[in-house]
Design a protein around this ligand. Sequence first.
Ligand code: NAD
Ligand code: ZN
Length: 355
Amino acid sequence: MFRNFKLVPNVIFGNGCFAQLNEIIEPKRQTTDDWVVFVTDDVFQGKDLEKQVPVHDNDMTLWISTKDEPKTSYVDELTLKVKAFHTNLPCAVIGIGGGSSMDLAKAISLMLTNKGSSTLYQGWDLIKNPAIFHVAVPTLSGTGAEVSRTAVLTGPEKKLGLNSDYTVFDQIVLDPQLTKTVPRDQHFYTGMDCYIHCIESLEGTFLNEFSKSYGEKSLDLCRQVFLDDHPDSADKLMMASFFGGMSIAYSQVGACHALSYGLSYVLGTHHGIGCCIVFDYLEDYYPSGVKEFRTMMKKCKIELPRNLVKDLPDEQIETMITVALGLDPLWENCLGKDWKTIMTRDKAKSLFLKI
Ligand code: NAD
Ligand code: ZN
């Protein structure tokens, strides 16, 4: 079966294009009762960007914390707050921030129209009703969350996204200027998330011309950003993120993402840094990618945390392995159909113990 891939229908790109957000939302405000919820990273509270958000009198600003990556319990709590704000539902949900804020905005827009807890919808195509009109304004480039059909959530039982065509944003506003305040380390970690998406897609067994075309362009842009110090690097990384997301949408990620999910499930390690920590030990699987990653790391003067796993109780290491090996498609993409004979529990354990 070929996947019938849903794309974001409307994209605006360019430095300063955030100023057009009001105009973009305007057609949705059809009556005086129509209102909008802005799901905004709390790092912008009291900052310049806050003043530029087109909040009208009866709108809601939901300041969100990115201390932990999005959890189902947090989505449920925020959805209840939005429902309690007015008697009618909002006409638009706008996510402003990095992957965490964008995923929360996607999840809230879905949970406003779908009954029960978000845990019920972790999986593929379980969402029954279309979401509220939702828009992403990325302020950090790399995850590709702006183009993907998933909102990644950690639940009580699993870390798994709300994957559906309804998850895809209706509009994205790509304004590279908004990323200028990202701290140096975070810029690297989330940028490398994009780089690793490309390597895992391009070196995977699921590769096809669609994924290859987007992946190669994204990789080229990542190199310009992290090796050449290009003056337009904010513009380039924003497009790399978009193209990287498009590349994995029609292929898959691989070993690094699978292992990093295990790490993050047990230790709460955030996605970008988690991928960097793991990727550094995957030279047997992605030799040239890991070599180039180390060059980029050196150039950006990044020091990664080490020895995170070896002193953990055995039970936690076993959970890490179970979570990582539960991601069949990622391993199949990396190692082929017979991956289970290659990536045994013992092999996965030996990799985790190095981390
Ligand atoms: P993030 O959204 O968690 O943000 C990381 C940090 O950067 C936060 O402290 C945030 O406040 C800060 N930040 C963001 N923009 C800033 C700015 N302009 N100035 C200053 N600080 C800023 O990080 P992320 O790496 O973008 O996203 C990670 C999340 O994305 C994870 O939850 C991961 O699971 C998810 N993800 C989703 C997809 C998808 O397809 N949906 C893909 C990859 C990752
Ligand atoms: Zn990723």
